[in-house]
Design a protein around this ligand. Sequence first.
Ligand code: R5P
Length: 293
Amino acid sequence: MIITSGGNSIKIAKALARQLKAVYSPLTISSFPDGDIYLKFNTALKGKTLVIVQSFQPHADQSLLRIFFAAKTAKDLGARKVILVAPYLAYMRQDTRFHPGEAISSRIMAEMLNKSVDKIITLDPHLHRYKSLKEIFTIPAVKITANEALAGYIQKHCTNEIIMGPDGESYQWAEDIARRIHIQATVLHKTRFSSRQVQVKMVTPIPIKGKNVVIVDDIISTGHTIAEAAKQAKKMGARSVTAIGVHGLLVENALLKLKKAGVNTVITTNCIEHPTNRIDITPLLLRELRKER
Ligand code: R5P
């Protein structure tokens, strides 16, 4: 087994290689003067299983293209199997045509991967209108969840807490995590007006006064969703608010926005490298990759 990366997730790729006793072989990737991609493998691939570890952030478009070029080249060079490990899989939120003429990006991304890699392993992909990855992937597509790691973190670091999911889709994280550590959870209802404007409402009220509220979501992007949930929690008398995101995209001053909304601490997994990373998902990926040996 050879492990490489397309420029993101290098730490995870190296850690996986170390623990699997596999070779980590970096790709040479650069651009020609006109901007065309240049990509080169630096190890023999004939008959090997190649694992490309690549989160689609930062630079989702570039990541997808690099994976496509790398996987196609690996096959061309005789690799037996190409597995993509994508701790964060982008494009999944555009899972329908919300407005006439829009691209359904998730389908196009999946089509490119179906044509280039043999298997994909990803962590908490954004499944909303799709119920399963099978709806867009024809290759084996394995979804793993970080819930176990998130629950472990909350149990170790929080007290007198309740879990809050900021929108309907977040029940898959909020309720499961709460069940694992035997605490209460509530899920808010979110209305999204645009990619930067949302409104949340509590549908099943639970006592929040004096509680340490832990808001969990799959993605923290601009921070608007969690900021609105945090404001609700504070209004209802929360003692503190912690925000935990599996995928911390944290774009457009999200951290500042969250702070202003009353969030005391922001915690993310290392699916996307960021100073807020506190939860390591490498063991979850390792468990899955061991099945390939
Ligand atoms: C979408 O429903 C996701 O689960 C997240 O809630 C959303 O992507 C967060 O985006 P933002 O931080 O920009 O509100």
